[in-house]
Each structure stands twice: as C-alpha cells, then as structure tokens.
Write a protein that binds this ligand. Structure first.
Ligand SMILES: Nc1ncnc2c1ncn2[C@@H]1O[C@H](COP(=O)(O)OP(=O)(O)O)[C@@H](O)[C@H]1O
Ligand SMILES: [Mg+2]
Length: 294
C-alpha cells in the first residue's frame, strides 16, 4: 500500500509521553512540527489567564497531513494559531524545522474559513499579493499566480474579481494564495466549513489532488470526522476545553493518493466510527463548561 509518509509511528515513548496512540514521530526521523506539553493561554484582565490548551503533544512529518478534531471551543484554532506564530504559548516545546516558533514566517501559510480576498484586486493579483509583499516584482509574481490558478482549476478566472466567484472558487483562490510563497507547512482552519455539501466535497477532492502533487506538511482543523479521515495521515482527537489535552491520535491507514473513491474504501466508515466514539466520550458532561482562570 502506498502511503503519503511512513515517517511516523504511533506510541513512541520519548519525552515522557504516554505509549498509547500518542501522535509522535519516530525520534530518529526528522519532523517538520514538534509540539511537546504545549500549553497556551489567553490573558484576560490584569494577571488573569484563561488556559485554553493545557497539553498538546504531537508531531507532523515533512509530508504528512495531520488533522485535529474536537468539541467546539476545545482549542483547535488556538493550537493552529500557535503553530502559525500568531498566538504565543506559555509553556512546553513548539518547534518548526527544529527552531522554536517565535512569530509568523513565510515557511508557514494559513488557510482560514473565510477567504478574505482583497475585493479591489483581481483573482490573479490576490494570489500574487503575498509574493509582492515579499518583494517579488509584479510580472514574475503574476506569472507564479497564474501557475497556481491553473493548479486549482481557476486559470480562466485570473482577471475576475472576488465578487464574481462562488464561495468554493474564492476558497480555491485562497488556497492558491497560501501556496504562492511555496511554504513547507500549510495550516488549515476549517477551510471548507462555510461551503455547501457539494462544494465542500469538490474542494476536498481538489485538495487531495493538489496535496498529492505538492508533498508538503499540513495541519488541518475540522469538526467533520469524515473530512479528517479522508484527508489525514493521522487524526488527533482533542479532549474538550478548557485546558484541553491533545495527546491521542488514530493513524488512518488508507491508501495514497486519496481520491473521491477513498470514501468508499471498506475501512473508511470504521475509522469514522472509531473517532466518533472517542469524541462522544469527550462530550459526556463530567465537568462544568466555561473558562478556568488560573
Ligand atoms: N483571543 C481570545 N481571548 C480569550 N479567550 C479566547 C480567545 N480566543 C479563543 N479563546 C477561548 O479559547 C478556547 C479555545 O478556542 P478555540 O481555539 O477558538 O477553539 P476551537 O477552535 O476548538 O473551537 C475557547 O474557550 C475560546 O473562548
Ligand atoms: Mg476554531
């Protein structure tokens, strides 16, 4: 069976992590992202702090797509923001390519749920925008933008404006924009959540095709279990917040490249069910909701 990456083995017992289903890499192999005991909080007022994530421990290999699922408010976006360098962490280890994360960098790109394209720029110039910010000249930036628009199937819309595109096409543009600076790591925060079911499925297929062609590392946040199983090498299941823990994962041993037909694979529904059960156990009302100030 061809796999996108065979870098990772689940359950390595290094750094004091537990052995069952810990989403960590074989310690002898390089990893793109390394998080150990990561704790992330938000400052409320004065010295008060709300601990959103108490312990996130996971790795992402150089060509792996790792998905995180978990109850709403458990800290998925917070973890993604920390990896992006947009949200500071308070304790633990967080490294990208062996370097501690200290802020945003061009080796990482984020695809948010809302495309946030510049309405006064053409599709082509929206994709070229990031490259222009990094000092690329206009024509080479546009040329690269057109290549990427071809990759996402939008070459004939290069001169259109965002308002002329459907939601799905806007999100394709967003994806092309994220790929423009050729980042090593792509971070997706529920990018297809606002699309209708058909557009979502088309974009998932598109992403699988692009992913097979580009071989990057990815972190994909979603609340849709089937989306996580379809796209991920591994699915990390977060406990509910506040002070959530991100230490358990399920390795998705479905063949690569993933395609539209992967949904029909005999093991697909079993993975969905397994993760659904893990999440359902999380939803049991064993502690009161709401922020914890420490
Ligand atoms: N800027 C912020 N300031 C204070 N609390 C925040 C902030 N952003 C998120 N939170 C809180 O952190 C927790 C995790 O949020 P988030 O990461 O957005 O969860 P998810 O993406 O899993 O739905 C939630 O309780 C949320 O209210
Ligand atoms: Mg979120």
């Amino acid at each position: 069976m061809s796999k996108r990456s065979d870098v990772l083995s689940i359950g390595a017992a290094a750094d004091g992590a537990p052995q069952d289903g810990t989403p960590m890499a074989d310690q002898t192999e390089p990893v793109r992202v390394r998080a150990r005991g990561l704790s992330i909080g938000y400052r409320l007022r004065g010295d008060e702090e709300f601990v959103a994530v108490a312990d996130a421990t996971f790795d992402i290999g150089p060509s792996e797509m790792v998905c995180i699922v978990g109850p709403s408010g458990c800290g998925k976006s917070t973890v993604l923001g920390a990896v992006a360098g947009l949200v500071p962490y308070r304790a633990g280890v967080l490294e990208v390519d062996g370097q501690p994360v200290s802020g945003p960098a061009s080796d990482r790109a984020v695809v948010f749920q809302k495309a946030a394209l510049l309405p006064w720029n053409t599709v082509e110039d929206n994709v070229a925008y990031g490259l222009r910010c990094y000092g690329e000249k206009k024509e080479p930036a546009r040329e690269r933008a057109r290549e990427l628009l071809k990759l996402v199937g939008l070459e004939s819309f290069a001169k259109s404006y965002p308002y002329q595109l459907s939601g799905g096409m806007q999100q394709r543009t967003n994806l092309a924009r994220a790929l423009a600076a050729d980042p090593n790591l792509l971070l997706f925060d529920e990018p297809f959540a606002s699309l209708d079911a058909q557009q979502r499925e088309m974009l998932q297929d598109e992403l699988m095709r692009i992913w097979s062609a580009t071989a990057k590392a990815g972190l994909f946040i979603t609340h849709q279990i089937d989306e996580a199983v379809l796209l991920g090498n591994r699915v990390i299941v977060s406990t509910k917040g506040p002070a959530s823990a991100i230490r358990r994962s399920v390795e998705i041993d479905l063949p690569w490249p993933r395609t539209h037909e992967t949904r029909l694979h005999p093991d697909f529904a079993g993975y969905v069910e397994q993760i659904w059960r893990m999440l359902s156990a999380e939803e049991q009302p064993d502690r009161p909701p709401g922020p914890t100030a420490v």
